[in-house]
Every structure is written in structure tokens, then in C-alpha cells.
Design a protein around this ligand. Structure first.
Ligand code: 2AM
Ligand code: CA
Ligand code: CA
Ligand code: CA
Length: 264
């Protein structure tokens, strides 16, 4: 069981390649789609099968690790001691069902609550973003540079659709204060956009497996992460995630606290 972050990254990328082939094969057949908590919260046979596939690999290669996976695995784990794998087998299930594109596979690896490595695969484009605090960040094999510290007004902002439309925590106003709001329907795809400097940030209410990989990867590029009140993100619970360049992050927090700067 390797502890070397670079080796863990290579291992994740190897699993992703195999996982991608299985997903593409499964997509040639009709999907079995079921509702979870409501009509917008779906799970398919592919989400379940891919989680099982990744869990088997984790158990074989990292037998002492704990696994927190979206489709009902390790949800009662509240402490983050030791090696923990956060697994989102299909991120953007609604896109997967409706578009057969714009969805990701994500794994974030943490030790004692601290990031080691993360990997996000854009399945249909066959591109993987990966990295960690002590690793170069790469996208499709190319090393990424640290991000420019753009202010909110000079960049596109990824936002959770319902939160922004309902102006929860002033997120609609925050979106209007950016160069433009974007809503991709996949947290993983949003973190790829932020890592590539195509978006100044991303704000959403997220589960631990939605944010673990993106946070492990992009902090080293200069992306700041916090809850809406500026507190640190603890991966033992869901909550609002503000991920943005330092200048944009500061403006977003001020606006979410109601101290703003109205747009336009
Ligand atoms: P999922 O597809 O893995 O569930 C959609 O806006 C983004 O938010 C996706 O990354 C989606 O991940 C995530 N998400 C988390 N909780 C959600 C919920 N209750 N309903 C819809 N999307 C949710
Ligand atoms: Ca889901
Ligand atoms: Ca997700
Ligand atoms: Ca998912």
C-alpha cells in the first residue's frame, strides 16, 4: 500500500481509465434510472456499478483506508482519522441522464482530514484533472500554472442553479456582480473550469464527495476554499462551499454576509 502521493495519483488515473471503458459500455444500453430524495435527485445503474468497481479497487490496493461514497457507503463515518477515500462515481447524474455528457468521476484522498491527492475525470472528453498539495496539478497530462488573482467582476462564476435563482445567501446578487454566471450541473466540471482559469470561482451547497477532489487539487493553484461565513470546510458534513481566487473569495463572502456592493 503506497503512501507516495504521486503513486496514489497514478493509481487513481489507472482506475479511471478502466472505469471510463465500463461507463461507455454501459451507456450503449438503456439506463436504469431511479429517484432518490426528489425528482431532481437521481441515481442510475451506472452510478452504483461504478462506485462498486472503485470500492473494490480501493479495498484491494489500500486495505486499511476508509471509503465514503455517495451511493450509500460510509455515510455514518463522522471522524476523518487515517486514510479516507471520498468517491463520487458519477458527478452530474442529471447531465448523465439528460445529456450523456458533462459528467465526471471524482476521488479525493485525505489523511487525518488533510488533502493528499484528488482526481476528476471528464468522462466524455477523456480528460483528467489531478494533483494535490505536494504534487503538480495536471490536466490531460499538461502541468497547470498558478492562477491569476482576478477580482469577481473580471471573471465568470459557477453557481448552484437553485441557490442563485432564489437568491439564497445573496448568491443571485453575487452572480450578477461577476462577468457572468454559469451553471454546469456538475461540481467536478466546475472545479475543472476553475483550475483552468476559465472561471474565477464556484459557489454551491455540496456534500463531502462533491468537494473533496476539487479542494485537494486546486488549493495549490491559489484557489481559496471556505464556508459562506469564512470558516474552514470540514469534510465530515455537507455545507456551502465558496471556492474562488483570493480577491473574488473576499468579495463573495462580504456579499453573502449582506455587506455589499450591489451589482449594476
Ligand atoms: P451528483 O450529480 O453527484 O448528485 C449539480 O448542481 C451538482 O450538485 C452535481 O455535482 C451534483 O452531484 C451535486 N448535488 C449535490 N447534492 C445535490 C442534490 N440534492 N440535488 C442535485 N444535485 C446535487
Ligand atoms: Ca447524486
Ligand atoms: Ca456529486
Ligand atoms: Ca454522484
Amino acid at each position: 500500500m503506497t503512501q507516495d502521493p504521486e503513486k496514489i495519483r497514478e493509481t487513481l488515473i489507472g482506475w479511471f481509465a478502466a472505469s471510463r471503458k465500463r461507463i461507455l459500455t454501459a451507456m450503449a444500453q438503456p439506463l436504469d434510472v431511479a429517484q432518490k430524495s426528489n425528482r431532481n435527485d437521481l441515481v442510475t445503474n451506472v452510478d452504483k456499478a461504478n462506485q462498486q468497481f472503485l470500492i473494490e479497487h480501493i479495498k484491494t490496493d489500500f486495505p486499511t483506508a476508509r471509503i465514503i461514497g455517495e451511493e450509500g457507503h460510509g455515510h455514518d463515518d463522522t471522524d476523518l482519522n487515517g486514510l479516507v477515500f471520498f468517491v463520487d462515481p458519477i458527478d452530474g447524474t442529471m447531465n448523465f441522464v439528460k445529456q450523456q455528457a458533462h459528467f465526471a468521476v471524482m476521488i479525493g484522498v485525505y489523511r487525518d482530514g488533510q488533502p493528499i491527492v484528488g482526481a476528476i475525470m471528464d468522462v466524455m472528453r477523456n480528460e483528467v484533472l489531478s494533483g494535490g498539495p505536494n504534487l503538480p496539478v495536471t490536466f490531460a497530462g499538461r502541468q497547470l500554472k498558478p492562477l491569476l488573482d482576478l477580482p469577481l467582476k473580471d471573471g465568470l462564476l459557477g453557481v448552484a442553479g437553485p441557490m442563485a435563482i432564489k437568491n439564497r445567501l445573496h448568491l443571485g446578487d453575487v452572480a450578477l456582480a461577476s462577468s457572468g454566471a454559469r451553471m454546469s450541473g456538475s461540481a467536478g466540471m466546475e472545479f475543472i473550469e476553475v483550475a483552468l482559469g476559465r472561471q474565477v470561482g464556484y459557489v454551491s451547497y455540496l456534500q463531502p464527495w462533491d468537494v473533496a477532489a476539487g479542494m485537494a487539487i486546486t488549493q495549490g493553484l491559489g484557489v481559496e476554499f471556505s464556508r459562506e461565513d469564512g470558516s474552514a470546510i470540514n469534510l465530515s458534513q455537507p455545507g456551502v462551499v465558496v471556492a474562488a481566487t483570493p480577491q473574488a473569495h473576499q468579495t463573495i463572502l462580504a456579499m453573502m454576509a449582506g455587506k455589499s456592493e450591489q451589482a449594476h
